[in-house]
Design a protein around this ligand. Structure first.
Ligand SMILES: *Cc1c(COP(=O)(O)O)cnc(C)c1O
Length: 230
């Protein structure tokens, strides 16, 4: 692409505005993490629902991994961010349909939301050896995304047999219920250890302290870092 193509696809003044807000918010999030003993925990900024300029500003600040929930949104942003800043290692954290895997296979660094074998098979086909986390449904409500705790050992075993790099588990806390969230996080951490995995991706804006106390290795933060989604 030429210089002009890049200029047409994003707004530099908007990147500058995003940058100024982001510097302060990033410090505030790191302070929150440090205050509960989590300075060593990885922070995954979640840019979903924000304009591409937010991702460009984050990338120029050196944040080289970002989370997105929707395949289309990730596929649209990835080339613009490369052109304006540099390549991002995208983490896919949303509900994943196997027919969308191909669209983003070249851009995804870690597939965090693999909750069934069918999706794992499609990833193994489109991105052999890819790094994935299996998503567990912490709340045990059947309508929520994620594999049940009951089935997680079998799923991880089957995903490993596909020669995927199964590096961790991911879970989402129960929005309003602190006790249920803490219990779910503790259970997720125990499963990570039992399955001999490395990463335990849990904690978002609302519950990152709880998650860090229960042994999170990676928090995924959207609104506290980028502001309310647009
Ligand atoms: C949106 C989202 C996040 C970030 O949520 P915030 O509350 O904005 O921090 C983290 N993880 C997943 C799976 C999400 O869908």
């Amino acid at each position: 692409m030429s210089e002009n193509d890049h200029e047409a696809s994003h707004d530099e003044a908007e990147v500058a505005r995003r940058h100024d807000g982001l510097v302060a918010r990033l410090q505030a999030v790191r302070d929150r993490m440090a205050a509960c003993g989590g300075s060593g925990v990885a922070l995954l900024p979640v840019s979903k629902g924000h304009r591409v300029e937010a991702a460009i500003a984050a990338r120029r600040m050196g944040l080289d991994q970002l989370g997105e929930n929707y395949a289309q949104e990730l596929a649209a942003k990835a080339p613009v961010v490369v052109g304006a800043a540099a390549r991002v290692g995208w983490h896919f954290i949303g509900q994943l349909q196997s027919n969308k895997v191909r669209m983003i296979a070249d851009d995804v660094h870690t597939w965090q939301s693999v909750d069934r074998l069918k999706v794992g098979k499609e990833i193994a086909k489109r991105a052999p050896g890819a790094r994935i986390f299996a998503q567990v449904n912490l709340s045990e409500e059947s309508q929520k995304a994620g594999c049940s705790f009951e089935d997680i050992d079998d799923l991880v075993r089957a995903l490993r047999e596909l020669d995927l790099d199964v590096a961790g588990l991911m879970g989402v806390g129960a929005a309003a219920d602190q006790d249920a969230t803490a219990a779910g996080f503790a259970r997720l951490r125990a499963a990570v250890d039992r399955l001999d995995l490395i990463e335990c991706s849990m904690g978002m804006t609302a519950d990152l302290e709880l998650a860090i106390r229960e042994g999170s290795t990676m928090v995924r933060v959207g609104s506290d870092l980028f502001g309310p989604r647009e």
